[in-house]
Ligand binder design. Structure first.
Ligand code: HEM
Length: 201
């Protein structure tokens, strides 16, 4: 089975749990205060600072189309925080530090270990993230990309084809069966950490 099919199957149940999380429902229903939304972005900032850096370092050299996808998100999150009137300083809650540590440890295990987090976060942002972005724009009355850059990718008009291309390139990575087993488990943990982050707000 292809790597991304394995990851999708292994995380299906957790994906449903993430989608149905009360924090996500509040975000989709426009019921979050701006203080809660800012806290969410502040917690995501260190997660993406780590993920962006390790993806650039370890995964990007193995993916032919990396530079076309515009995946790193930390700068966009920092810009959104400034739009909401906050200095883009990362805030470390317990959930955030644990997530950051988990991403670091996955890359220490072996260089492509971070693929599990790459999959969970960037593909999530390209997919369900787009629905969240529209809900956030409507809730906070944002009419252009200011405040919602987190959800804007250069390939915004072609999210689905971009996701297909990303998956094809991930599926071509040279990985052993043991490494794929690890990635499957790690992707589940990445969803669990995302859910723990929602719990903490
Ligand atoms: C508002 C909540 C969410 C909704 C409505 C949602 C919806 C979706 C949809 C419709 C897809 C399929 C897109 C496609 O195949 O073209 C998808 C894929 C995905 N989502 Fe979500 N999602 C949500 C939250 C999340 C969260 C919180 C995460 C992770 C932290 C996440 C991670 C993913 C991943 C990794 C995929 C790719 C699955 C695959 O095809 O392998 N999603 N999501």
């Amino acid at each position: 089975m292809l790597l991304t099919t394995r990851l999708k199957t292994a995380t299906g149940q957790l994906h449903r749990a993430a989608e149905r999380h009360p924090f996500v429902s509040s975000m989709l229903g426009g019921r979050l205060s701006s203080a809660q939304y800012v806290r969410y972005l502040q917690q995501l900032l260190p997660v993406y600072q780590t993920l962006d850096r390790l993806s650039q370092e370890h995964i990007a050299p193995k993916l032919a189309s990396w530079s076309e996808w515009d995946l790193p998100r930390a700068q966009a999150i920092a810009s959104d925080l400034m739009h909401f009137g906050h200095t883009p300083a990362p805030v470390d809650s317990g959930a955030t530090s644990a997530y950051v540590e988990q991403i670091r440890a996955s890359a220490d295990r072996y260089r492509l270990g971070v693929v599990a987090h790459f999959y969970t976060r960037y593909l999530g942002d390209l997919a369900g993230g787009q629905m969240i972005g529209r809900a956030v724009a409507s809730a906070f009355d944002l009419h252009d990309e200011n405040g919602v850059r987190f959800y804007r990718f250069a390939a915004a008009q072609a999210q689905h084809p971009t996701m297909v291309q990303i998956k094809q390139e991930l599926d071509r990575l040279a990985l052993t069966a043991t490494q794929i087993d690890f990635l499957e488990h790690e992707a589940q943990r990445s969803f669990e950490s995302s859910i723990a982050l929602f719990d903490s707000i």
